[in-house]
Design a protein around this ligand. Structure first.
Ligand code: ADP
Ligand code: MG
Length: 447
């Protein structure tokens, strides 16, 4: 039946569309009267619902179905060799002769983890290198390096990804270790249900017997006294037994309002680290990895254009890539800068102000309290060189200008500009004063 459906579909859409969308689909059979199709990611799932549901229903009707139903399921990334290079081996066959030892099924302990969120799939840049290093240290010696590890940053910057990465790392090396990932929201709801059903003991046992506890978006503890109380005891039980705890939040502990002092101070016992918005090169690298994983062959210059349009949120960055892919496949045209610009125009253009070189220079100049011409001049002292490098870095980050164009603007050649950009990139995340300046300026100019 699936082959017939495909045959029907193929007759009704373009070849490019067919190959982009239908070739990778897996038929998962019929469940409860509905044809279930496996798709690669949630974007594809949404796309199918919006654009191909009717076509698929028509196909089924043409095959005689009276009330055709189609549903879509995101395939676990494990089925994608590229996404999970370290796929766990299949579980060993049980040995009925010796049932004594509990059977440890490899991979069982990562049930609560997203298979995509591994260290391998995490692009490291100046915006997240400290958080990444801390996460890796914790993964290598859980309970010993930093406990708890507290990661904060704005939404869509990789906090959840990094937490899961630690989980995978530990799960792979220690199949017997119990790993639990939970959002603060689920933790709260489970607690409420447990109280209602008189199962608080079970609830406690569950969370106090893990080896690694990952609690996401802990800022939602604010104002929830009962949950804070319960979490306080969970925290203590784990901490005393040297079990690793990792917490994420959109802000540092000191900025979480109505959080009990004793919890706040515990959150500060270990290491607090943040993730910032990714800079241009990192954004391009993330897009590149994404394209490769999805087996999309897309030119570098198109990736760069996307990276210029979406600057703060990585989830949106990925969404923009998918939008460009969808747009060109639907219109049956190859990827190009023009197509990408068109695909993204109505989504991002209104918010993104076009920033020009002179604007950037003026902002940098006023930030450092220095005339623009001095920054553009030939002075070699540090007080001038740093603002100059920052200006070149930000122009590259925020505008469409090439290295030679920036060089010309500053009366220098493109390799000097490249050197300046590298200098700033390297210092970001290390030199806190510089990092703060760059962040502030970037935010200002994006208005
Ligand atoms: P947060 O929890 O901070 O809101 P997520 O961890 O959910 O953000 O990340 C949002 C999306 O961006 C996810 O799909 C994640 O895989 C991706 N992502 C974030 N940071 C990186 C990175 N450094 N490299 C690759 N992908 C990333
Ligand atoms: Mg998150």
């Amino acid at each position: 039946i699936w082959a017939d459906v495909l045959g029907y579909v193929r007759k009704n859409i373009s070849e490019v569309e067919y190959h982009t969308w239908f070739a990778p689909v897996k038929n998962l059979g019929v469940q409860e009267g509905s044809l279930v199709l496996g798709v690669r990611n949630s974007f594809a799932q949404e796309w199918f619902r919006k654009h191909y549901l009717e076509l698929l229903e028509d196909a089924l009707r043409s095959l005689g179905a009276e009330h055709p139903q189609v549903s879509f399921q995101v395939l676990p990334a494990a089925q994608d060799a590229l996404l999970l290079p370290n796929d766990p081996p299949p579980p060993p066959p049980g040995n009925p002769a010796r049932p004594a030892a509990p059977l440890i099924v490899p991979g069982e302990n990562r049930k609560s983890l997203n298979p995509k969120y591994t260290f391998e799939n995490f692009v490291v840049g100046p915006n997240n290198n400290l958080a990444h290093a801390a996460a890796l240290a914790v993964a290598e010696s859980p309970g010993k390096a930093y406990n708890p590890l507290f990661i904060y940053g704005d939404v869509g910057l990789g906090k959840t990804h990094l937490m899961h990465a630690v989980g995978h790392y530990i799960a792979e090396r220690f199949p017997e270790k119990r790993i639990e990932y939970v959002s603060t929201e689920s933790f709260t709801n489970e607690l409420i249900n447990a109280i209602r059903d008189d199962r608080t003991t079970q609830f406690r046992n569950r969370y106090r017997s893990v080896d690694l506890l990952l609690v996401d978006d802990i800022q939602f503890l604010a104002g929830k006294e009962r949950t804070q109380e319960e979490f306080f005891h969970t925290f203590n039980a784990l901490y005393e037994n040297h079990k690793q705890i990792i917490l994420s939040s959109d802000r540092p502990p000191k900025d979480i309002q109505t959080l009990e002092g004793r919890l706040r101070s515990r959150f500060e016992w270990g290491l607090i680290t943040d993730i910032q918005s990714p800079e241009f090169e990192t954004r391009v690298a993330i897009l590149k990895m994404n394209a490769e994983h999805n087996r999309i062959d897309i030119p570098q210059e198109v990736l760069e254009l996307i990276a210029r349009q979406v600057t703060t949120n990585i989830r949106e960055l990925e969404g923009a890539l998918m939008r460009v892919v969808a747009f060109s496949s639907l219109n049956n045209v190859p990827f190009s800068r023009a197509i990408a610009a068109k695909a993204l125009s109505n989504v991002f253009a209104p918010q993104e102000v076009k920033v020009e070189m002179m604007d950037v220079l003026r902002q940098v100049a006023s930030h450092y309290n220095m005339p623009p011409d001095v920054i553009r001049g030939s002075g070699r002292v540090r007080e001038v060189v740093v603002p100059r490098q920052v200006a070149q870095y930000l122009i590259r980050d925020l505008t469409d200008h090439s290295l030679p164009e920036i060089g010309q603007f500053f009366g220098r050649d493109h390799s000097t500009v490249m050197h300046a950009i590298n200098k700033v990139s390297e210092a970001l995340g290390k030199d806190s004063e510089l990092t703060a300046s760059v962040e502030l300026l970037r935010r200002k100019m994006k208005g």
